[in-house]
Design a protein around this ligand. Sequence first.
Ligand SMILES: Nc1ncnc2c1ncn2[C@@H]1O[C@H](COP(=O)(O)OP(=O)(O)OP(=O)(O)O)[C@@H](O)[C@H]1O
Ligand SMILES: [Mg+2]
Length: 314
Amino acid sequence: MRSANNNYEKSIVVDGLTKKFGVFTAVNNISFDVQRGEIFGFLGPNGSGKSTTIRMLCGILEPSGGQASVLGLDVATQSEEIKRRIGYMSQKFSLYDDLTVVENLDFYGGIYGLKDARLAGRKNFVLEMVGLKGRENELAANLSTGWKQRLALGCAIIHEPEMVFLDEPTGGVDPISRRNFWEMLYHMAEAGITLFVTTHYMDEAEHCHRLGFIFQGDMIALGTPDQLKKEHMTGAIIEVSIDASQEALRAITSASGVSEAYFYGATIHAKVDSATDGEKVGEHLYNSGFKDFSIQEVEPSLEDVFVGLIEHKR
Ligand SMILES: Nc1ncnc2c1ncn2[C@@H]1O[C@H](COP(=O)(O)OP(=O)(O)OP(=O)(O)O)[C@@H](O)[C@H]1O
Ligand SMILES: [Mg+2]
């Protein structure tokens, strides 16, 4: 927290933010707050307006309407100061392939005006944090996706920002690397850095303090993972362990009391009116010729909540 302008209560305050591209509304009148030190997860299907929102909050894209402040600074009038004080890891993280690890850090440090002892100190800290100590002179091009992603995070935080925006930082990265990456995010949040993260991975969403869910430009749900499960789940979820074919899905969907059914890992999940409907689904499956299956009620997961929310909107 080096900056003079530290007198803000919330890291992000968004009120009626809107972005139109011509006649198309990509972000429609959304409002939410993010607390200091919070990990805020921003979820939604492809094309729902996540990156557009992030770009407005980072001061890169001008809003068409509404207001937003980041670190107490207005996105419409103080975008230059916002850019200096936040970190941004974009969806296609922009490393220079023909530069080495340390040259990439030098480059981003230079953009933020770091030099001499401060630059050296920050590089040292970042290399240590992202685990690239000893690999300083490797070309970025030769790093695997997981390591590139860590270097991109290092570049995004070289100037010690109070708040970092991460747009799908773990896309295309294996589960172990994703877990390691999230360990770093937790450490950052513990150190008081506010994180705004978009992801399509529900296990990552579970680990956010609060979540916003955007669909076709509208913010359709907002709250902690537990709140979302309580508020947006009516009825129960049953899990059908069965050879998960289209025929099985069709049979489950047509059972009475089932409002939706969808593939869930190697099983099928069905949203039912009440727990007792599990038995009816079982009978219906049996009468439809399926003999080898088992049914149990399960706690709704975030994925169940979001499938339900989207189905509801269609
Ligand atoms: N510069 C632009 N001009 C016109 N339309 C745009 C522009 N940028 C984004 N869009 C449209 O706005 C909508 C939202 O895009 P956005 O990139 O914000 O989605 P997203 O939620 O980040 O999706 P993804 O999960 O695929 O990254 C999309 O329909 C996209 O095509
Ligand atoms: Mg995006």
